[in-house]
Design a protein around this ligand. Sequence first.
Ligand code: NAP
Length: 318
Amino acid sequence: MVPCQRWKAESKRTSVVRLTLAPESVMPAQRLDGRTLAARLEGVLAEAIRHGLSVAGRPPGLAVLRVGDDPASGVYVANKEKACARVGLASHGAHLSGDTPQQELEAALRQLNDNAAVDGILVQLPVPDGIDDQALLQVLDPDKDADGLHPLNLGRLVRSEPGPRSCTPAGVMALLKEAQVPLSGARAVVIGRSTLVGQPMALMLQKADATVTVAHSRTRELAELTRQADVLVVAAGRPGLIGAEHVSPGAVVVDVGIHRKAEGGLCGDVRSAEVAEIAAALTPVPGGVGPMTVTMLLVNAVRAWTRRYGLPDPCPGL
Ligand code: NAP
């Protein structure tokens, strides 16, 4: 078997983790701190908006279409609105009842498409049973698709063309870049193959020249596979699925999963206490991928606004 590349954290500066080759290293994992990076990116976006206002004559706008009264969705939408307010985007929320017919929802989205003050639109998922979320996504103007989930934008990702990228995997890529994790030639394993996370994640890692394997619920001998990973991204939606037996010393582990624990608090798909003893770096839950997902939503909306007014890209390279 070809030996895996391994990295050792050599810097503990704030959110920056510099990783260098260190095959035998075993040490507690560095935190890949999504909150700190998200806050810094918010500052960059706020600055870009301040600079661009005189040209555009209006701030960028983000619209969230919420359907029904799922309490978790309510919290997520409120968080997005707070993030917009911090950065200087205008929020254009639309909250429709769970029994709104599909056609009316599609009409509401078309109105947002036509609203000149709106640069980014997202449909808060999940939508109630009986509503076709894929049909809703197809109604979105692809250039206003703040979540990067429109089929055209997934196609643009496949073809390496510019366009809004799926927020969660784009947030993971930003965290890996910030930590200077070397991806070229690295072995990456992505657990999960959803359109929302796993598939775009695998594509993004592949385009960064990693050699990518995608695991899913039918994968045999998962631990044997994941132990080969230099970079392991876990997006299975199974609390505590990944433990010490799945990770080799020095791997970089990204935990996308997020679950509410019965006793209160949040946890991920990774048993963080045991994996932190083995991995070189690990994202915490909460405070890892979650804040980056929200920030990448803002990046997509602000980028649509800067493009529209011929302003510079606020976050080149992201
Ligand atoms: P999903 O649509 O349910 O997909 C889960 C994927 O994991 C599927 O491909 C499934 O395989 C695979 N899987 C399930 N059990 C497995 C197992 N035991 N071994 C290997 N693979 C397994 O979920 P998702 O939307 O991708 O989200 C995944 C997780 O990320 C959830 O916890 C979600 O809440 C979280 N999430 C977090 C953020 C954030 O911002 N932090 C954003 C989005 C999602 P099959 O295809 O074979 O069924």
